[in-house]
Design a protein around this ligand. Structure first.
Ligand SMILES: [Ca+2]
Length: 512
């Protein structure tokens, strides 16, 4: 499948507009280094920038240079809304070709933005994945290698880069709603407006006793559907005067479709009532999988979709959509009973943690100003790329220690080149009852190389010919060139991230 990139027509619509309150003819948008504005101005010298240059010359002539400088408005950076669903597989999405799942809002976002069809999470587990989204770092860099692992040698929170903190320093109002699941307070991460949230990684879907409010985590009385309450909070913020007063970063972390997957509102339950269980199977789930609670899972995905839809509607109603970057993603996928991994306990049988497609591929969709519309992109995009992408869109220089890639040129269609491979990793070794799961993997849209720490072995898959990853090609002579290429890519990731996995015995036997 070939990527479809933004057309020239789309780019021609990307004309800088005067910022609010800039009726002054002396006013010229000022581009921050490396910002969207700067690139647009560079790319569009014959159009809007020329108009503004003429206005500037006239303005300087009319007002005088000192007056012009004094009145020069700052460009308004885009608002940023990040909506995170929880444990949503890549194929539990209409835009991914799933004809049964009801996800009109996610599909609408894909139609109006860029859908990264080959996106993967850096780390397929809730807490470390969220740490990566917040810090822009790999698991060894931020110290949260799994849900249960807290590296005591990890840097203190205030020494870690934090996306909300960087945006707050750039003048953003930073607003948290929803599931948190990391060890420190949202305030320490840089959120200055902490609304309804839940500290643990899991909680009831109805009348939850673990919802709290504010930086001091004031307990809320159990009431209503958890994800509706999160949606209510997000919409209330968007409807408030605060949302219009300054650029904002709104992080909405839904708890759906993570177990317990229900109970769900009756109108959502009706979406799948009477449908044959087999009809609910997502396209990537192999025929020999043994999914449990598939109907609940479908409902819970639609619950997440509905809250996303309410947020998109609120942006439209408040006329904020034109200047808001919306990023929708899931923190990790879900095995959903495939591969028979682990002992057949329900938790592990259903779970994530593993470096296989069901667990690591996630929906990632971006919509916003200057972003292409209806674009399906097949680059090897990672959740690790989102923090630098967001900061660059805000006109803020990304952290030097970040290894994620700015997806801005891909989003704007100004470059057809993009990430060719993605790192995938986990070190979940602190729960002996679940077995040690520790690996590094590198994935291109065509192949994946997995190196396990304990098993002294490796797996190599052709994801195009064998999307269910059933035939390990690692020892196949015909796959030698592919194996070398993937090993070279993995070595590069381990080097640039200073990963001690380079010293694993299993790794040393494989790396070039
Ligand atoms: Ca999760």
């Amino acid at each position: 499948m070939k990527a479809f990139m933004g057309s020239g027509d789309e780019m021609s619509r990307l004309v800088p507009v005067p910022v609010a309150g800039s009726g002054n003819p002396c006013a010229v948008p000022r581009a921050a280094p490396g910002s969207v504005w700067q690139e647009l101005q560079a790319a569009d010298k014959g159009g809007a920038v020329l108009c503004w240059t003429i206005a500037l010359v006239l303005g300087l002539w009319l007002c005088g240079p000192a007056d012009a400088a004094a009145r020069e408005p700052k460009p308004v950076p885009p608002n940023v809304v990040v909506v995170v669903s929880d444990d949503q597989r890549w194929d539990m999405l209409g835009a991914a070709g799933n004809k049964t799942i009801v996800t009109p809002s996610m599909d609408r976002l894909a139609r109006d933005g860029v859908y990264f069809r080959e996106a993967t999470t850096l780390v397929p587990q809730c807490a470390p994945s969220r740490m990566t989204l917040l810090t822009g770092l790999t698991i060894q860099q931020h110290g949260r290698a799994s849900n249960s692992a807290r590296d005591v040698t990890a840097p203190a929170v205030n020494l870690l880069p934090m996306l909300p903190r960087a945006l707050r320093a750039a003048g953003y109002r930073t607003v948290l709603v929803g599931k948190w699941h990391v060890d420190f307070s949202p305030v320490a991460a840089g959120f200055d407006d902490v609304r309804t949230w839940m500290a643990p990684g899991v909680g009831p879907y109805l009348k939850s006793p673990v919802l709290v409010r504010g930086a001091d985590a004031t307990p809320l009385p159990p009431a209503g559907y958890t994800n509706e309450i999160f949606g209510d909070e997000a919409v209330a913020f968007l409807e408030s005067n605060e949302a219009a007063a300054q650029p904002f970063f709104l992080w909405v972390a839904l708890s759906a479709p993570h177990p317990p997957m229900g109970p769900n509102p009756p109108d959502v339950v009706r979406l799948y009532a009477g449908k044959d269980e087999r009809a609910l199977w997502p396209p990537g789930l192999p025929p020999d999988a043994r999914p449990e609670h598939l109907r609940d899972y479908c409902e819970a995905v639609s619950v997440a979709d509905r809250e996303l839809g309410r947020i998109l509607d609120a942006l439209d109603r408040r006329k904020l959509a034109e200047r808001t970057l919306v990023i929708f993603l899931s923190d990790n996928g879900f095995m959903l009973g495939s591969r028979d991994v682990g002992p057949p306990s329900r938790h592990l049988f259903q779970g994530k943690r593993y470096p296989y497609e069901a667990s690591v591929r996630v929906p990632v969709i971006v919509r916003g100003p200057h972003v292409g519309r209806g674009v399906v992109d097949d680059h090897a995009v990672s959740t690790l790329d989102l923090p630098p992408t967001i900061l660059a869109a805000a006109g803020v220089a990304p952290e030097k220690r970040w290894n994620g890639r700015d997806l801005g040129p891909l989003l704007r269609g100004s470059s057809k080149a993009g990430p060719e491979d993605a790192l995938i990793e986990l070190a979940d070794v602190h729960r002996p009852e679940l077995g040690k799961v520790e690996y590094r993997a590198v994935r291109t849209p065509a192949h994946k190389l997995i190196v396990w720490r304990e098993a002294q072995g490796a797996e190599l898959y052709d994801l195009v010919a064998d999307p269910e990853e059933r035939r390990n090609l690692f020892d196949e002579p015909d796959a030698a060139a592919t194996r070398r290429d993937l090993a070279r890519r993995l070595r590069r990731w381990l080097e640039v991230t200073s990963d001690s996995a380079r010293q694993w015995r299993s790794m040393a036997a494989i790396l070039p």
